[in-house]
Design a protein around this ligand. Structure first.
Ligand SMILES: Cc1cc2nc3c(=O)[nH]c(=O)nc-3n(C[C@H](O)[C@H](O)[C@H](O)COP(=O)(O)OP(=O)(O)OC[C@H]3O[C@@H](n4cnc5c(N)ncnc54)[C@H](O)[C@@H]3O)c2cc1C
Length: 487
């Protein structure tokens, strides 16, 4: 507690590489205490945070309800003020919470409840009358993390258990910590994804098929290993860049946290799925742990905001930015990447710039044809935005790696030459995805007719993006050589 966002993300990555259930249980205490950290009065912080530190209290974070998941504002749990001689002395809380990590074991639980002034956080002690929990849920993965429903039946707490002492601050306080907490779940996806690949790499060096080890088969490494390392490293770049920005006081960075979570948890899931395939029949058994890691990592695209909610959050924010800057935002970021490419031509920044220009053109075509009225378009744009911002972050990271200016290494960091190759490979994939998927969305929504298509393809930069695919195979070979110690 109290460490930098970068430190905590590294800790989360490391814990998730050991066991995501343990990581979840640890994070639940951090999460439960977050409303107090950001919104608590000084005496509340002293009272509860020091008990967590001194006595090792476990906490839980009670936001989700049976009918209020992604849409937290629909919450039904109520906090009714208890007044004595016109003064509020306490609250009576009634309602139910669903899927609460540490719910059955926590000493203290932060409960989001609807007070007359609006949603508010209350801290509820374990043995308070009327406060009970359901059974430990029988889950697909993270089976050792306790998850339980909570029931509150006229649970009376003192008025000083209202976090911050003012009603109606709950959703704001939850928002304030999202940038940070989503970054931590992002690090879970990163750690679990790498944990699975770290089992695949040695396995494939020993497993002999068709006269040689699997690690020597390009069709194996370039499908089941290398692309996942590339996607995970793009997500690492987004995580660590966001963490460093939070640590230098740039604010909550909610959208950047959502981008990091989306990229890392999707990449972690894909990597773990590929790990089962990479171990063949052995991967499908309990004995070869990748099967467990695959079940565990599945939760990361669901809790702390689902991937679809991340897409919506990212898209809405960046759409506003596109409108506010009259379409210049991603062109401006592209210009800064072009400057980086000028001094470091080998770190993928030029291709990442093409991806940014393409995104700006796709967003503008969507604006002209008013396509974001379609929720599908809005969410797909969120996906493309995340990919593009990840490509920018990885190019900047590769630039820093090349000049020896990265933060201290994490256990799984690649060598600078491999980071550069990963950045080039990622930028190619992302530029192609944003151009082709973006053109497809615009055409599908009727934004561009078939007669105008060649001109639109040129505006998006499709020919240049196709030309930038040159050298792609060599880069995949380079990354594989680094991973297998052949570089
Ligand atoms: C193991 C586990 C641990 C958890 N721990 C905690 C915890 O400690 N504290 C806590 O408060 N919560 C916790 N949760 C709850 C978790 O955050 C929610 O499950 C999650 O936010 C999704 O809510 P939901 O399950 O109600 O799904 P829903 O919101 O019903 O979503 C179902 C599907 O619909 C999609 N969807 C939802 N809304 C939209 C929309 N507007 N547009 C398009 N698609 C949409 C979602 O992306 C998802 O795919 C935990 C959940 C699990 C499974």
């Amino acid at each position: 507690m109290g460490r930098s966002a970068l430190d905590v993300s590294r800790l989360c990555e490391h814990l998730a590489g050991i066991d995501l259930g343990i990581a979840t249980a640890v994070l639940a205490t951090a999460l439960g205490s977050d409303p107090i950290s950001v919104g608590g009065l000084p005496e509340q912080r002293k009272r509860w945070l020091s008990r967590i530190a001194d006595d090792g209290l476990l906490m839980a974070y009670g936001a989700t309800e049976p009918q209020a998941g992604s849409d937290l504002a629909a919450l039904k749990t109520t906090a009714t003020p208890i007044e004595v001689e016109g003064r509020v002395t306490g609250y009576s809380i009634t309602g139910a919470k669903q899927w609460i990590s540490n719910g059955g074991v926590a000493d203290l639980t932060s409960i989001l409840a609807l007070a007359p002034g609006g949603p508010s956080w209350f801290v509820v002690e374990r043995d308070t009358a009327g406060f009970t929990h359901g059974k430990h849920e029988d889950k697909h993965g993270i089976r050792l993390s306790n998850t339980a429903a909570l029931f509150l039946d006229d649970v009376v707490v003192d008025a000083d258990c209202l976090v911050g002492g003012v009603e109606g601050q709950g959703l704001l306080q939850a928002q304030l910590v999202f940038g940070f907490t989503r970054l931590m779940v992002a690090a879970f996806g990163l750690g679990a994804g790498w944990a699975a690949l770290e089992r695949v790499i040695p396995y494939s060096m020993e497993r002999i098929q068709a006269g040689g080890p699997l690690s020597e088969k390009q069709g194996y490494t370039h499908k089941l290993v290398v692309p996942h390392v590339v996607a995970l490293e793009a997500s690492r770049a987004a995580i660590e860049e966001t963490a460093e920005r939070i640590d230098t006081g740039e604010g909550a960075l909610t959208t950047e946290g959502a981008i990091a979570k989306y990229l890392a948890t999707e990449a972690g899931n894909a990597a773990c799925d590929a790990a089962i395939q990479a171990l063949g029949g052995y991967g499908y058994t309990h004995e070869y742990l990748v099967e467990k890691i695959r079940r565990d990592v599945r939760i990361t695209t669901i809790y702390e905001g689902t991937s679809e909610i991340m897409e919506m959050t990212i898209s809405r924010d960046r759409w506003q930015q596109h409108l506010k800057t009259r379409g210049d935002h991603y062109h401006d970021v592209a210009t800064s990447l072009e400057a980086l490419a000028g001094s470091r031509p080998d770190v993928g920044a030029g291709t990442a710039a093409l991806a940014h220009h393409a995104l700006a053109e796709v967003l503008e075509a969507c604006r002209l044809a008013r396509l974001t009225r379609n929720q599908h378009v809005l969410l797909r744009l969120g996906h493309l935005v995340a990919l593009v911002e990840g490509a920018g972050a990885l190019a900047r990271r590769a630039g820093r790696a090349a000049s020896g200016a990265l933060p201290p290494k994490s256990r799984r960091c690649l060598e600078p030459a491999a980071v550069a190759a990963a950045s080039r490979a990622n930028a190619r994939d992302v530029a192609l995805a944003v151009a082709t998927e973006g053109i497809r969305l615009v055409v599908a929504g009727g934004g561009v007719g078939s007669g105008e298509l060649p001109r639109f393809e040129a505006r998006v930069g499709l020919p240049a993006i196709l030309a930038a695919q040159a050298g792609g195979l060599e880069d995949l070979d380079t990354i594989a050589d680094h991973l297998y110690g052949r570089a």
